[in-house]
Write a protein that binds this ligand. Structure first.
Ligand code: NAP
Ligand code: HSE
Length: 433
């Protein structure tokens, strides 16, 4: 029988434990797929004495990275420890020592993906990262293989499980943001520092990876306009529902005439939009291609076994390539130079919730401002508020306008005498436009 393919794992937390469980439980299927046994050699942890949720021979645990990175018996390194600088350093060492690498690390791939892929190719090694975007959903393969023949013009995704879980529970159960965040952490969806989830950065990293692959353009993290969910309220969600929308944290990447825009922000979607019913920790990526039209990839975007499924599938590809002797040939360099849309070119509708003085002339002042910028209202609600001075709550959904014009309107509202407070504003999207 052929020698086992020996795997070293960096990290034994939520995802690392899932990888071990799948490799152990699916030996027969793995053997059938690749024709060679796969075994776990060593597993790097911070603390060998910490209790583990998965059965593992304690002899295999190490606190010494060199036991994996410089171990001649190890063929493939799986990086599931997270973080950026150490992970980058370890992956570079592994590749230079001719070890193939599979990683779930979007922080790293969004920042150093191009560099690492080049080093992998230079060393005839594979570097796969399917689990870095949308957990168990095979979206990277979907884009780079399944839709490789098409020209993709739009990707719209719910790509962060933690924030989708929080928004779903706030919307459907009226629960408190902080309490649901804690629950998402306990369930293993959140990053070790959940700030990157709730501030939208985790989703921005994933959208940078998807846009780079889908648009064949070298998109950087700084190109993504990001806003998180920390200011979203249950009141906003109730108004959205009344108006026929759902509020979700959406990653949007659009390409029109070669110019692209990428953003992550809470957005209103019509309640019949395919992404509107994606709830809890589930993720989905809606992709529009010129030839195929609409497609949608849906599944669990976080969690131990779903994420480990994507990692072990990458591992299978590495071993298949090993058997065929074709490792390191998977890199494809971007085809198009990056051209970002200006604020004048980025078009959308907007939701705006205001507290205004309830007096003669308020509406005239508001409508004059919008008319002056040639922006009309698509929907409008007004309620009296029980406050000391006569006041009203106004909710507006605009017709389509540019980001530049909307920002001018917003700035003017901040300084308007009849406006007491701008409570919230969100972009409104409706699928392919
Ligand atoms: P985690 O539960 O915090 O586990 C991290 C593991 O790495 C722990 O076992 C820890 O050791 C070990 N570790 C961290 N830094 C180390 C260091 N410097 N030296 C040695 N060991 C170190 O993290 P996770 O949720 O599994 O996530 C891992 C990666 O997968 C991250 O890049 C994350 O973004 C990505 N990811 C996670 C999910 C998810 O649903 N959780 C989904 C997709 C992608 P100890 O156990 O000894 O502390
Ligand atoms: N923290 C991430 C999320 C894990 O909630 O989506 C999956 O990448």
């Amino acid at each position: 029988m052929e020698r086992s393919v020996v795997v070293g794992i960096l990290g034994l937390g939520t995802v690392g434990s899932g990888v071990i469980q799948i490799v152990n439980d699916h030996q027969q299927e793995l053997m059938h797929q690749v024709g060679r046994p796969i075994s776990i050699g060593k597993v790097l942890v911070k603390d060998k004495e910490k209790p583990r949720t998965v059965l593992i021979d304690k002899e295999k645990l190490t606190e010494e990275p060199a036991d994996i990175l410089h171990n001649p018996d190890i063929d493939v390194v799986i990086e599931v420890m997270g973080g950026v600088q150490e992970a980058r350093d370890y992956i570079l060492q592994a590749l230079k020592n001719k070890k193939h690498v599979v990683t779930a690390n979007k922080d790293l791939m969004a920042l150093y993906g191009a560099e690492l892929l080049k080093v992998a190719a230079d060393n005839s090694c594979d570097l796969f990262f399917e689990a870095s975007v949308a957990g168990g959903i095979p979206i990277i393969r979907g884009l780079t293989e399944g839709l490789a023949s098409d020209r993709i013009t739009q990707m719209m995704g719910i790509v962060n499980g933690t924030t989708n879980y929080i928004l779903t529970k706030m919307d459907q159960e009226g629960r408190d943001y902080a309490e649901v965040l804690k629950e998402a952490q306990e369930l293993g969806f959140a990053e070790s520092d959940p700030t990157s989830d709730v501030e939208g950065l985790d989703a921005a990293r994933k959208m940078a990876i998807l846009a780079t692959l889908g648009f064949s353009t070298d998109v950087a993290l700084e190109d993504v306009v990001v806003r998180g969910i920390t200011t979203v309220t249950t009141e906003d969600m109730e108004y959205c529902r009344q108006l026929g929308y759902v509020l979700k944290l959406i990653g949007l990447a659009k390409r029109q005439e070669g110019r692209i825009e990428i953003t992550v922000q809470p957005m209103l979607l019509p309640d019949n939009h395919p992404l509107a019913s994606v709830d809890n920790e589930y993720n989905a990526v809606y992709v529009y291609g010129e030839a195929i039209g609409e497609t949608m990839f849906y599944g669990p975007g976080a969690g131990s076994l779903p994420t480990a499924t994507a990692i072990v599938s990458d591992l299978i590809t590495v071993v298949k390539n090993l058997v065929l002797g074709v490792n390191g040939r998977s890199i494809s360099t971007p085809l198009f130079a990056k051209e970002l849309k200006s604020d004048e070119e980025v078009e959308a509708k907007y939701f705006l919730r205001l507290h205004v003085k309830d007096e003669t002339g308020t509406f005239k002042a508001l409508t004059s401002l919008f008319a002056q910028e040639d922006v009309s209202f698509e929907k409008l609600l007004q309620w009296p508020l029980e406050e000391e001075q006569p006041a009203a709550e106004v909710v507006i959904i605009t017709h389509t306008t540019s980001r530049a014009v909307y920002e001018r309107i917003y700035n003017a509202l901040e300084n308007m005498d009849v406006v007491i407070d701008i409570k919230s504003t969100y972009r409104v999207e409706g699928g392919h436009q």
